[in-house]
Design a binder for this molecule. Structure first.
Ligand code: ADP
Length: 395
C-alpha cells in the first residue's frame, strides 16, 4: 500500500486554490469537490516510496544507498523491482551487458533454471551457459521486501573446470599405471606357473619385458612426483644463481657421451638466472631427451644458449618429422601425446613437456614450441637474467 508520500507544495496550492474559489463566485460544494479530485489525483500520481525495509529491527535503507553499496562488489549483483532489473552493479553490467538494466529479469537471465528461481521470492539455482557455453553460475535471490529483491551471481565455472581437470588427471594417471602393471602381473604369473613350461629363451624375453615395464612404472611415478613438487612450489621464486649456458654445456656433454658426441651440438654462452638447480637441470634434460626421441636418429640436436634483451634464451632444435600444427597448443597438457605409439615405444610418460611448462612458469619465463612438418621442431625457453651481484663492500 502507498504511504502518505504526497508532494506537499502541490497540496498547498490545491488548498489555496479551493479556498479562493468561493470568493470568485463558485459554490462551497464545487470548491470542495475540486479540492477532493485534485488531492486524489496527486495521491494516485505520487511515486511509491523508495524506502526499503532491510530488517524490521535494523531500520530502513534507501534504494539508492543499497545500489551504491553493492556497486563496488566484485560479485555481480542485480536489484529487482518485482521482476524488472532496477539496477545492476559494475560486475553484473560487465558479465551480462549494460543493456540488462530495465529489462525483465526472466528475459535477461532467460535460462529455465533461472526462470524457475525468479518465480519464487527466494532461493538458489545453478544456471549453465549464462555467459558462455561452458559457464556455470550460482544464482541466489534474496527478498528485501514484498517489492524489491537482490540477485547475486557467483561464477562457478573455474571451480568446475578444476574439478573436471582433477578427475581427468586421476583417470589418466590410473590408466597409465594400470597398463604396465597388468603386463608385469601377466608375465610374472606365466613365469611362476609350473604347467606353462616356459623355455629359457622365452623366459629371458619375459624377464626383459617385466624389467622394462617396471622401469616405465618407476619413470612414471618419478615424473608424477616431480610434477606435484613443482606445483607445490610454484609461488616460491627460486633464488640460486645458475649459469644456464654452463649447465646446458655440461648436460649436452653428458648426454653426448651416451648417444654419441656428433648428435649433440652445444652452442652456449654465459647466462645467469635465479633458479632451482634441480628443476632447470630436469628442464634441459627433458627437452634434449624429446629432441633425441622424436628427431631424426641420424641428425644432430642443437642446444643453444644466448642472452637477449634481459633474458637468457635456451633453444633445443631437432631435425625430423616435426609436429602437426593442430597438436602444438596441447603438447604441455599432462599425458597429451601427438603420437602415442611412438611416445610409449620410446619410454615416454606424456608428462615431460607439462613438467617443462611448470618449471618455466615457476621461473617467470616463457615457453614456445615451433615446428615445421618434415623439417623438425625447436623448443625455446626464455628466462629473466639475474640482476648483477652486488660487489662485496670493503671491511
Ligand atoms: P613424452 O613423454 O611422450 O615424450 P612429452 O610431454 O615430453 O611426453 O611430450 C608430449 C608429446 O609431444 C610427445 O608424446 C610427442 O608426441 C610430442 N613431442 C615432444 N617433443 C617433440 C619433438 N621434439 N618432436 C616431435 N614431437 C615432440
Amino acid at each position: 500500500m502507498k504511504g502518505l508520500a504526497l508532494p506537499w507544495t502541490s497540496v498547498g496550492i490545491a488548498l489555496v486554490a479551493a479556498a479562493a474559489m468561493p470568493f470568485a463566485g463558485a459554490s462551497l460544494w464545487l470548491a470542495f469537490a475540486v479540492l477532493v479530485v485534485w488531492l486524489a489525483s496527486l495521491w494516485l500520481a505520487s511515486p511509491e516510496p523508495e524506502i526499503v525495509q532491510v530488517r524490521p529491527e535494523e531500520g530502513s535503507v534507501s534504494r539508492q544507498a543499497m545500489v551504491a553499496l553493492v556497486e563496488p562488489f566484485s560479485v555481480p549483483v542485480l536489484m529487482l523491482d518485482r521482476q524488472r532489473i532496477a539496477s545492476a552493479n559494475a560486475a553484473a553490467r560487465e558479465a551480462l551487458g549494460p543493456h540488462i538494466v530495465g529489462q525483465d529479469a526472466r528475459v535477461a537471465l532467460r535460462h529455465p533454471e533461472a526462470i524457475t528461481l525468479l518465480d519464487k521470492p527466494e532461493g538458489t539455482a545453478l544456471v549453465r551457459g549464462l555467459t558462455g557455453a561452458r559457464s556455470i553460475w550460482q544464482v541466489s535471490r534474496v527478498a528485501i521486501d514484498e517489492r524489491f529483491s537482490l540477485i547475486e551471481l557467483v561464477n562457478r565455472t573455474a571451480e568446475a573446470d578444476i574439478s573436471r581437470a582433477h578427475t581427468d588427471f586421476v583417470a589418466n594417471a590410473s590408466h597409465e599405471l594400470r597398463t604396465p602393471l597388468a603386463s608385469i602381473i601377466g608375465y610374472v604369473e606365466t613365469l611362476a606357473d609350473p604347467d606353462a613350461r616356459v623355455d629359457p629363451a622365452t623366459s629371458a624375453k619375459f624377464h626383459a619385458t617385466v624389467l622394462r615395464e617396471a622401469k616405465r612404472l618407476q619413470t612414471l611415478v618419478e615424473d608424477l612426483m616431480s610434477l606435484s613438487r613443482i606445483e607445490a612450489e610454484k609461488h616460491e621464486f627460486p633464488r640460486e644463481r645458475i649459469d644456464i649456458g654452463q649447465m646446458a654445456q655440461t648436460i649436452a656433454s653428458e648426454v653426448g657421451f651416451t648417444v654419441g658426441d656428433e648428435r649433440i651440438l652445444p652452442e652456449t654462452e654465459t647466462g645467469v638466472v635465479c633458479g632451482d638447480r634441480q628443476q632447470l637441470d630436469q628442464l634441459i634434460r627433458n627437452l634434449i631427451d624429446n629432441a633425441l626421441k622424436y628427431g631424426d636418429a641420424q641428425a644432430p640436436v642443437t642446444v643453444r644458449v644466448h642472452r637477449d634483451a634481459g633474458d637468457v634464451v635456451l633453444e633445443v632444435a631437432d631435425q625430423g618429422e616435426g609436429i602437426h600444427p593442430d597438436h602444438l597448443p596441447y603438447l604441455t597438457r599432462r599425458f597429451y601425446r601427438s603420437d602415442p605409439g611412438r611416445s610409449r615405444a620410446a619410454g615416454g610418460t606424456g608428462l615431460g613437456l607439462a613438467i617443462v611448462k611448470h618449471i618455466v612458469e615457476r621461473h617467470r619465463g616463457k615457453l614456445d614450441i615451433a615446428s615445421t612438418l618434415g623439417e623438425g621442431s625447436t623448443v625455446t625457453v626464455r628466462l629473466p637474467l639475474a640482476a648483477p651481484e652486488a660487489a662485496p663492500t670493503a671491511a
